[in-house]
Design a protein around this ligand. Structure first.
Ligand code: SF4
Length: 703
């Protein structure tokens, strides 16, 4: 067919990447040349309340990976060491036989299921049911463990409910002071930046807490260039300064909280000068931040992975929440706390049961009533539901110890995203059977015995919940390429083959969503009142939404918190922070993201436009550090910790602390930062300490 300028196809969809979930229209404006799948596309933002029609470079180019020639089009099976094309009939039968054989030989818990925070709500829900009912194993967890677990567990503990933002995005311009702690919105959620610029125009004072002068720090009125690992202590210093200045809201504290007196006592003896020195920040700068926040009429605190991906991440978030509660800055317009979720369905992905300890609706797998309720929805005996499993990295340890011998991975690339990669690689090689469902031959899929091709965002239907708790429907626009199947369809086929047909009779994502609504009913994350029909009409509904007659509320905790007594709780226990550098490993390795890439890059590395912006990984280091270690800008270097090493190019920049190295997280192989990250876990939420590892650095040249 000849190329034509006429509009051939229009699809309204939703960006597959970050947690803002911008709506967009993808239009095919030129037909594919005969025999090729490629055509020309125009991508435009569609106004929705989340991003107001804005798109960033990732969203503008997301279709490139969906239309990539590297897409997997057929199931693959390993024969004589090679992955070769197979049929769905053969691979489903093979998976069923191998899983059954392993369970007969080693018990039900010899299988593990590893999910992802980019899966739709329907798939996340079904994956939990697949593990517990389809396979009968306790071992299921997902990559969101590395993303939201610290903020989620802190929110649950302090407020009684974990919803990423306690406010609407559109409320941000109403805040007169905003604390952005460990979040680089300008690169990670770029379409949110105009909200903060608008707040600034309205007179807001913006404080950014980050070891680097990021693009986000560029809009700050005050940048606190913190030493990695000291966030909880910094929040404590701010808290004490606010108390000392008399800027607390006694009425709010008395009416809505408990535990403030213990916190006050705990902080009474704090040596502020010494504490500020530990944080690597001038005390006067912290005082300026504390007073700006404490004295503002309306104020917000937001945290992200910089605060949360620590071995005290849960506590660090709780210490920032102390600031919110002490000043009464929550439950009213222009105020609140927000955890800036990373993954596209980082919020919904953690609500429906793909976590080790959780059943749909945020129910606990250890609570008898919760188990009984979900079992009744699923039509099974509560006693047949397995108990609590372990977190994502701990599953990798069980794989390494051969306690888990068969692993099913969907929507994740654990061999790149876990800390201490050497152990993970060794473990995956020891597996008796590894199945990976993905769009591409990811680093993990390359190690698999069976690879299952799945549909991309343009080709499937389902709901995703953005960072403000707004549930959005993404509809299918184009057919799946080759033999790729929807994730949920694959789960149903395996479960049916394994004799669990009666529990997995779903013909569409909507049917799964309707069961999810029932399963979440009455839970903390109640979706019962949300239907596909409503989502089409209303373009997004906030949870909790317990009835089809009610609209969900964007602003939560206006009158009471979600604990039974309606009160929120302060945190008095302090955290020592992290400081384990040594003569041998004198620098602090921290990781993060860059604008054009998403997670481990499985999708964005397949987008030529995005890949061209950042072709390879790098380490950012201060000129003084570079000179001390005889490193020139742009040369290959090795970064080493006690766990391992990786090789990247150097980028010498003034804007990072002298004691810190920064490396993005989007590359595998020898450039993978996680070859050097450490596997210690937060005791409360099992988050690994990605943001702090003691390392050394050396140039890779003959000297
Ligand atoms: Fe929007 Fe995030 Fe996608 Fe960018 S990556 S277009 S900010 S959803």
């Amino acid at each position: 067919a000849e190329k034509t300028a006429s509009m051939l196809q229009v699809q309204e969809t939703q960006c597959p990447y970050c947690s803002v979930q911008c709506k967009m229209k993808v239009s095919e404006v030129a037909a594919p040349v005969t025999g090729e799948r490629r055509a020309e596309y125009v991508v435009e933002g569609v106004p929705n309340n989340a991003s107001q029609g804005r798109l960033c470079v990732k969203g503008m180019n997301a279709h490139q990976h969906a239309l990539s020639k590297e897409r997997l089009l057929h199931p693959l099976i390993r024969r004589n060491g090679e992955l070769v094309t197979s049929s769905w009939h053969e691979v489903i039968q093979f998976i069923s036989e191998r899983f059954s054989h392993l369970q007969e030989s080693y018990g039900a818990d010899t299988l593990g299921v590893y999910g992802g925070g980019s899966l739709t709500n329907e798939t996340a829900y079904l994956l939990g049911k697949f593990a517990r009912v389809g396979l009968g194993t306790r071992y299921i967890d997902y990559n969101g463990r590395f993303c939201m677990s610290a903020a989620a567990s802190a929110g649950s503990k302090v407020f009684g409910m974990d919803r990423g933002l306690t406010f609407r995005l559109s409320d941000i311009p109403l805040a007169r002071c905003i604390v952005l702690a460990g979040t680089n919105i300008a690169e990670c959620q770029p379409t949110l930046l105009p909200y903060f610029n608008e707040a600034k125009e309205n007179g807001a004072f913006i404080i950014v807490i980050d070891p680097r002068k990021t693009a986000t720090a560029g809009i700050a009125d005050l940048h606190l260039q913190i030493k990695p690992g000291m966030d909880a202590l910094l929040a404590d210093i701010m808290m004490k300064l606010i108390i000392d200045a008399g800027a607390v809201d006694h009425q709010f504290i008395g009416d809505r909280t408990h535990g403030f007196e213990q916190l006050q006592q705990e902080l009474a003896e704090m040596d502020l000068v010494e504490a500020a020195a530990k944080c690597g920040i001038e005390l006067e700068q912290i005082r300026q931040a504390a007073l700006a926040y404490g004295e503002a009429d309306t104020a917000m605190v937001m945290t992200a992975r910089g605060v949360e991906q620590q071995t005290d991440g849960h506590m660090a978030v709780r210490h920032f929440l102390n600031l919110v509660l002490a000043t009464g800055n929550i439950g009213k317009p222009g105020c609140g706390y927000g955890a800036i979720t990373g993954q596209g369905n980082g919020q919904g992905g953690r609500e429906h049961g793909q976590k080790a300890d959780q059943l749909p609706g945020y129910r606990s797998i250890e609570n008898e009533q919760d188990r009984a309720y979900v079992a009744s929805v699923w039509g099974v005996d509560p006693a047949s539901l397995p108990g609590k499993g372990v977190s994502a990295y701990e599953m990798m340890e069980l794989v390494h110890d051969q306690k888990i011998r068969g692993l099913f991975v969907m929507g994740s690339n654990p061999v790149v995203s876990n800390p201490n990669v050497r152990l993970v690689e060794e473990g995956l090689r020891k597996l008796d059977f590894l199945v990976v469902a993905d769009m591409f031959l990811s680093d993990t899929a390359r190690m698999a015995d069976v690879v299952l091709p799945v549909t991309a965002y343009l080709e499937n239907e389902g709901t995703l919940t953005n960072l403000e708790g707004r549930v959005l429907l993404r509809e299918q626009g184009i057919p799946a390429p080759g033999e790729a199947l929807h994730d949920w369809d694959i789960l149903c086929r395996i479960a049916v083959e394994m004799g669990k047909a009666s529990y997995f009779q779903f013909q569409s994502a909507e049917e799964i969503f309707n069961e999810l609504r029932e399963a979440s009913r009455g839970g903390v994350a109640d979706y019962y009142g949300i239907t596909y029909e409503r989502l089409r009409l209303e373009k997004g509904i906030y949870w909790p939404c317990p009835s089809v007659e009610t609209t969900g509320e964007g602003l939560v905790f206006a009158e009471r918190f979600a604990h039974v007594d309606g009160r929120a709780s302060f945190t008095a226990e302090t955290s020592p922070g992290w400081n384990e550098v040594s003569r041998e490993f004198p620098l602090i390795l921290t990781n993060g993201r860059v604008l054009p890439h998403y997670l481990t890059g499985v999708q964005t590395h397949r987008s030529p436009t995005l890949e061209a912006r950042e072709l390879e990984n790098f380490v950012e280091l201060h000129p003084t550090t570079a000179s001390r270690h005889r490193i020139r800008d742009g040369e290959w270097v090795e970064v080493q910790s006690v766990y391992g090493s990786f090789t990247v190019r150097s980028r010498v920049k003034e804007h990072i602390r002298e004691d810190t190295l920064f490396v993005p997280m989007h590359w595998g192989g020898i450039q993978n930062v996680n070859r050097a990250t450490r596997p210690e876990l937060d005791p409360y939420c099992r988050m690994p300490g990605f943001k702090t590892a003691a390392v050394t650095i050396r140039p890779l040249r003959l000297v």
